[in-house]
Design a protein around this ligand. Structure first.
Ligand SMILES: Nc1ncnc2c1ncn2[C@@H]1O[C@H](COP(=O)(O)OP(=O)(O)OP(=O)(O)O)[C@@H](O)[C@H]1O
Ligand SMILES: [Mg+2]
Length: 540
């Protein structure tokens, strides 16, 4: 709770307005109830009414208008505060995901991340819009009501105090403790369900053709059932809580009447007093009801805060140096010395050494799983090495500003990703201000210009979400075009030609060779035909 409050501290002025309007709104509704009781007293002819009936009705009308206005403002301000904070939280979560990417996100459950970004952040709304101000409002209203009641009957004030405490302290504490486990479990299960779904969506073709179908259905059903079980337990608690709240209100009013009668309080005072007490409970009920909803909200808050506090595997370097590869640089341009790396206790690289001079094309081959992609990941500083050094132009990569490192190296991964948007959008991510001529040049080098020009909308053709309306080879060539467009001095190409036919492979290799003089290329490939353009080939 404390951490969530600190996150929302900028919204305190708006929150204060919500509290003031909330208090005024509850005061007016109690005022209407008390005035109604006075009307009854006047009408009964017992006499001794404090106000004339006419003035009472006028006052009631004023309270009614105030109540409406204040209620509106309170709800408006509370939600405004909450949604502003949620907006800020979404930004923070996205920044955290970016900070953790890619190493911490590899193999981590993306479904869980999606549920944090969507459902969890929505649920924290309960905390900001329906927790802080209700508690403070209940406190202010409660104290004020008790003082007023005590001025007529100290004994009834004591009875009411006990009920207020039961309602706004004991009930929420008991129920939130009770619901806490369920809240956490429900949030976790929703994340799990998202994961299962995402997994199944991605693997739909495999599910259809292999024997996984029934198991897939059972997996979804199992997760779904666990979720509903946990949710129904929470609902049972909610129902019990609502019933108990009513019991407290009715009992308190009954006992107040009894005490009033026994202590000889006149009906002209007792009736308005009891009406007032009966209608004074809503702020306390708001607090009592927190126990249930708050458990999920806090569980969500916890998941968000955990993500925000998570440390990346390789911290982005910000106070290092910026690379300048335009001037004459040290030789070799890339030096890798005694590099060792393991995933947990699975050792992948041991004392690996490699020098790459400016303008060289170095090929790397080696059996699948020997650590080629891992090496490139280390060169991009996605993960820090366990031992040894990687120097670019003489600088250890952990002393180079990460943004500068990435700006100077184009890395084409084994499976290039594309985003929703047009071909143009997907190319421009490599160079925001590229002209159409530059785009065409890059596409030509990647041997995909003819294909694009034959499309009805050309560069404006949209790729669907995962780019799967293109063939694997086309995707690969688009990925390469992006690298060519970025036009950096160092190119790391991880299997750039694995899905290409000989003709396209040759066009691309020619393009690489032609631009060789101001490029330094590390080419990972299983294909001898691709490695033939290399000056040197390393067997890993
Ligand atoms: N994120 C990861 N966590 C744990 N182990 C990993 C991870 N990524 C790769 N590995 C393991 O490390 C080893 C090296 O993987 P890497 O991807 O570097 O191989 P590769 O040489 O690129 O193989 P391929 O030719 O099939 O692409 C493999 O045994 C792989 O299972
Ligand atoms: Mg690989």
């Amino acid at each position: 709770m404390k951490d969530l409050l600190i996150l929302g501290k900028e919204q305190i002025p708006d929150l204060l307005l919500a509290i003031v309007t909330g208090v005024l709104s509850f005061f007016s509704s109690v005022g209407i109830a008390v005035l109604a009781a006075l009307l009854i007293v006047n009408a009964s002819g017992v006499g001794g009414g404090l106000l004339s009936s006419k003035n009472t009705v006028i006052l009631m009308a004023i309270f009614a208008i105030v109540r409406g206005l204040m209620r509106y403002l309170e709800q408006y301000m509370n939600h405004l505060v909450a949604f502003k904070i949620l907006c800020m939280l979404r930004d923070k979560v996205f920044a955290a995901v970016r900070r953790l990417a890619p190493a911490k996100l590899q193999g981590s459950n993306k479904g869980s991340l999606i549920s944090i970004i969507t459902a969890d952040i929505e649920l924290v709304e309960v905390f900001y819009a329906h927790t802080i101000s209700p508690i403070i409002i209940a406190l202010i209203c409660g104290i004020t009501y008790l003082i007023l009641i005590a001025s007529f009957s100290p004994l009834i004030a004591v009875v009411t105090l006990v009920s207020y405490v039961v309602m706004s302290v004991i009930l929420p504490v008991i129920f939130s403790k009770w619901a806490k486990q369920h809240g956490r479990a429900i949030r976790k299960e929703i994340g799990h369900l998202n994961n299962v779904f995402l997994d199944l969506l991605r693997g739909m073709t495999e599910i259809m053709q292999f024997a996984y179908r029934d198991k897939a259905i059972r997996t979804v059903q199992a997760s779904n059932k666990t979720l509903v079980d946990k949710q129904s337990r929470l609902i049972e608690q909610l129902a019990l809580l609502l019933a108990l709240e009513d019991v407290v209100v009715v009992l308190t009013s009954g006992v107040a009447v009894l005490v009033g009668v026994l202590t000889g309080l006149s009906w002209t005072i007792l009736l308005p007093l009891v009406f007032g007490i009966f209608f004074s409970f809503p702020p306390m009920i708001n607090v009592a009801s927190l126990g249930n909803g708050l458990s999920q909200s806090l569980a969500s808050g916890e998941r968000i805060l955990n993500l925000l506090e998570e440390e990346p595997i390789a911290e982005e370097v910000k106070d290092g140096i910026d690379l300048n590869l335009e001037d004459r640089v040290a030789d070799p341009l890339v030096r890798i010395s005694d590099l060792s790396f393991s995933y947990g206790d699975q050792s992948v690289l041991e004392d690996f050494n490699l020098d790459i001079s400016e303008g060289e094309i170095v090929g790397i081959r080696g059996e699948s799983g020997c650590g080629k992609s891992t090496l490139v990941n280390l060169m991009m500083y996605f993960r820090p090495a366990d031992k040894g050094d990687i120097l670019i132009a003489g600088h250890p990569i952990q002393s180079i500003n990460t943004q500068s490192l990435w700006k100077n190296i184009s890395y084409m991964t084994q499976s290039a990703e594309f985003f929703e948007g047009t071909i143009r959008d997907n190319l421009l991510i490599a160079k925001l201000n590229a002209t159409d001529e530059e785009l065409r040049q890059a596409l030509r080098q990647a041997s995909i210009l003819d294909f694009v020009e034959k499309l009805e909308h050309g560069l404006d053709t949209t790729l669907t979400e995962l780019g799967d309306n293109f063939s694997a080879g086309e995707r690969q060539r688009f990925g390469l075009a992006r690298c060519f467009l970025e036009n950096t001095k160092i190119l790391l190409l991880d299997e750039p030609t694995s899905n290409l036919d000989v003709l396209n492979e040759n066009i691309i290799l020619d393009a690489l060779k032609r631009n060789k003089k101001d490029k330094t290329i590390l080419l990972i490939s299983h294909r001898e035909s691709s490695l033939k353009i290399c000056d040197r080939i390393i067997q890993m």
